[in-house]
Ligand binder design. Structure first.
Ligand code: AMP
Ligand code: GLY
Length: 422
């Protein structure tokens, strides 16, 4: 079977890598892919933009692609599934209507309230003065969120009124384009964050191992938020009983509410959760795709062939497929360009990947491209280096051991991934 993966990051490299381990997968194309997907045995990049749906459909039909796996949220929010499915192409990823769970925070909030799902209280504003008055009344800390897609950068946790004013002014002045013309002001939650990624075929739901992401750029979880600087799975203190509560209290009610709205959702329901100090799960956000870098940490532990799971979602047969995991732990360290998530430079030669791979870790490429036989950086997050082991310490040692072999100019990474579990 031939599969087409849409996207160009670490998540897509990990998906393509895992799909190619399945005996039933003969080839994986990535559109547009990166330096890592190009180098996979039986992997091939295709120079198609992830939002050029007409060209993607033509390619999928011509190459007899059995499954299109959509990595990022943007094509989903723009309706790739709605365009490809009527042409007889199997797509893993929700329709445009379903993708609103990520593309509009207000829509997601309304859905969660209708489903009776625990989530932070919030109000939506499209006027600066009213928003400021509300913040004044609520006090700080408080959370300001652009309503639409802002590449993980539209959220400000404001510890002071000044920070809240700046966030509101920037959003209404167009820092996030149309995505910030509506702003959600949300109650500040405390606790530990957990990402639960669940597969669904619209009827059945299967949760992946829980993962924890390190979003802030700085060690000790300080500084501005990024797309994610590292992740690990599973989380030792997230018990089977807590996972059952997350399924029963959050994921299943959301799926049922989607069904009640006649939304055909075949893809990932990603719940970003806060586990409160009392031990109760509350939703911070939903995403309509796999988490990045969470999935780079999760996939090396997956035992069931990934193509079987994803195909079953598109065919509404998920209930028939067993989800199995390998024992052990995994940890992923993101190597980024200095300056990210602010200004950074690209085009730096990357060396040491062979020595890194010899450690047993897997080096997923997030922002790389091949240039005249060399591999160079082409994004803010450059590599996602994942180690596995029988214990967390082993997994982290393998990941950091591999990182120590890799060099590119101005490279930055956090040295404390997994500090909460050690
Ligand atoms: P999001 O893009 O919605 O995942 O938000 C980015 C980060 O902001 C989250 O991972 C949390 O660390 C933080 N955050 C978002 N919403 C809240 C909230 N209501 N309370 C506390 N922290 C939050
Ligand atoms: N790592 C966070 C996300 O994928 O949204």
């Amino acid at each position: 079977m031939k599969i087409l993966v849409i996207g160009s990051g670490g998540r897509e490299h990990a998906l393509a890598w895992k799909l190619l381990q399945s005996p039933s997968v003969s080839q994986v194309f990535c559109a547009p892919g990166n330096g890592g997907t190009a180098a996979l045995v039986n992997g091939q990049n295709v120079p198609l933009a992830e939002t050029d749906f007409a060209a993607i459909a033509r390619f999928a039909l011509e190459k007899e692609i059995a499954l299109v796996v959509v990595g990022p949220e943007m094509p989903l929010a723009m309706g790739i599934t709605d365009v490809l499915t009527p042409q007889g192409i199997a797509v893993f990823g929700p329709s445009q209507a379903g993708a609103q769970i990520e593309s509009s925070k207000t829509w997601a909030k309304t859905l969660m309230i209708a489903a009776g799902v625990p989530t932070a209280q919030s109000q939506t504003f499209s006027n600066l003065d009213q928003a400021k008055a509300y913040v004044q009344e609520q006090g700080v800390p408080i959370v300001i969120k652009a309503d639409g897609l802002a590449a993980g950068k539209g959220v400000t946790v404001a510890m002071t009124l000044e920070a809240a004013w700046i966030a509101l002014e920037e959003a209404f002045q167009g820092k996030f384009g149309l995505a910030g013309s509506q702003v959600l002001i949300e109650e500040y939650l405390t606790g530990q964050e957990v990402s639960v990624l669940a597969l669904t075929d619209g009827r059945t739901l299967r949760s992946f191992l829980p993962a924890q992401d390190h979003k802030p750029i700085g060690e000790g979880d300080t500084g501005p938020n990024t797309g994610g600087m590292g992740a690990y799975a599973p989380i030792p203190w997230v018990t089977p009983a807590l996972m059952e509560r997350i399924d029963q209290e959050i994921l299943i009610p959301v799926l049922q509410e989607l069904q009640a709205r006649q939304i055909d959702y075949r893809g990932v329901l990603y719940a970003g959760l806060m586990i409160t100090p009392e031990g109760n799960p509350k939703v911070i956000e939903f995403n309509c795709r796999f988490g990045d870098p969470e999935i780079e940490a999760i996939l090396p532990l997956l035992d069931t062939p990934l193509d079987q799971l994803l195909l079953a979602c598109t065919q509404q047969r998920l209930a028939e497929v067993k989800l199995a995991w390998k024992p052990g732990f995994s940890a992923c360290v993101v190597m980024a360009a200095g300056g990210y998530p602010g200004h950074y430079t690209k085009g730096h030669a990357i060396i040491g990947l062979e020595a890194a791979a010899a450690t047993g870790a897997v080096v997923f490429h997030a922002g790389t491209q091949a240039q005249n036989q060399n591999l160079v950086s082409s994004g803010g997050r450059v590599l996602s280096v994942t180690g596995t082991g029988a214990t967390f310490v082993e997994a982290l040692e393998q990941a950091y051991g591999a990182v120590s072999h890799i060099q590119f100019s101005d490279c930055y990474y956090r040295r404390d991934i997994g500090y909460r579990v050690q």
